[in-house]
Write a protein of this length. Sequence first.
Length: 484
Amino acid sequence: MASSIQAVGSGRFRVLKPAAGAPSAVTGPVVYWMFRDQRVRDNWALIHAVDQANKANVPVAVAFNLFDQFLGAKARQLGFMLRGLEKLAHYLQDSLSVPFFLFQGEAIDTIPNFLRECGASLLVIDFSPLREVRRWKERICERVGDSVTVHEVDAHNVVPVWVASNKLEYGARTIRAKITKLLPEYLVEFPIIGPPKNKWAVNPKHSVDWGQLIADVVRKGAEVPELEWCEPGEDAAMEVLMGSKNGFLTTRLKSYATDRNNPLKPKALSGLSPYLHFGQISAQRCCLQARQIQKSHPKAVETFLEELIVRRELADNFCYYQPQYDSLQGAWEWARKTLMEHSNDKREHIYTREQLEKAQTADPLWNASQLEMVHYGKMHGFMRMYWAKKILEWTSGPEEALATAIYLNDKYEIDGRDPNGYVGCMWSICGVHDQGWRERPVFGKIRYMNYAGCKRKFDVDGYIAYVKRLVGGTKKRKAEAIAE
Ligand code: FAD
């Protein structure tokens, strides 16, 4: 990251690169390069961009770069994202008269070129702790020229990562108090923004043929097809949060504290992760709405906010402050040591990546969770832990286990390629944010989970039958669609 980073204002945004000479003066258009927070509503980065533009009486636009390849995304993830962006582009224009520009290729080329083309003086960018994004930002800061200032906004977390903590946290217990202390300042209602005073003169050569674009992306990534149950976009996300028919807070929240670890009751979970991952809903909005009903469901809301704020922001903290967030080298010393001491232990089964991908193990419960992920695109949260821990048990060492778990998670989960995913795999396999447990073969002191434990917790056969129906239904509908 550029060495000139400094905290500014309330800390929601910070200067990544000041312009030479007059660092705070906005003299030309403002461009918001959106990538992690793909929404119009409740978006601090957009609010900041519009606010800065209005103060300087200059126009503002939103730019998005579609990479040729980003962490192996397929039709499932890219289709969801682009369909959401198509709606966003229209909503942005209709509600705020702000244009949306979509570029394809490398952001380190397209974004600086666009800034030059429109004479922008301020670039506002989303925060992400992932290394690829941080590298692009560094390169963009180098390439945008002296006259451009670059601001970074953490619109994804309630408390911005750099405000919540300035170091790698050991676990939930060490970050919880820091975040909780800051909530009165950060967990506040969003200001309402209206159309910017100064309008952008839209260049028609930038208009997007969404139908063609989506068709191309879906064809290229067909190996992992789109999902039919998960409607993309901000409105759909709000419906999942608060819809009158099946909304989480309106109809399902009450059983969250008691049933969220039962894979046979997936509706007890919010189902928000696809929307949170692509930024189609703001976590802060979810928290604000949940807090309004805290009196009626105190335990459920408390548990939900623990996941949504503490666990999620802990994952961002890990990826931000631990450069090796997806490798054994990123594990704590005790965990690395114990895993290496047991890396040559005899395994009852060893499966290849292909066997695992095809759910060809001797464990019907694990196979069901793998199939839930491959065909339904969202494995139940409880099963994700069991699933990853078994991969440690069945591969030839922890490095291979971690790489395999991340590969499968990123390829098939609709919410994959996310800090939560890297930390989820690191927690399960490398004990990150966990403690040491009784030593045993293969796992060493890493927390262990097994089939018998699952059987005691929930109806394992019922879950296997449920996934069978789920997969059968998906395959049948697909076959019918092809036949039509
Ligand atoms: P809810 O229980 O309703 O949770 C609401 C939100 O809280 C989630 O959307 C998420 O943003 C946050 N949250 C919940 N649990 C956790 C957690 N343990 N850590 C951090 N944040 C959490 N989550 C992803 O978003 N993407 C992933 O790729 C991903 N991969 C995982 C892999 C493994 C091996 C494990 C153990 C966990 C993984 N998780 C991942 C975390 C968690 O399982 C999912 O966030 C959750 O199941 C998503 O469903 P939901 O939104 O219905 O959950």
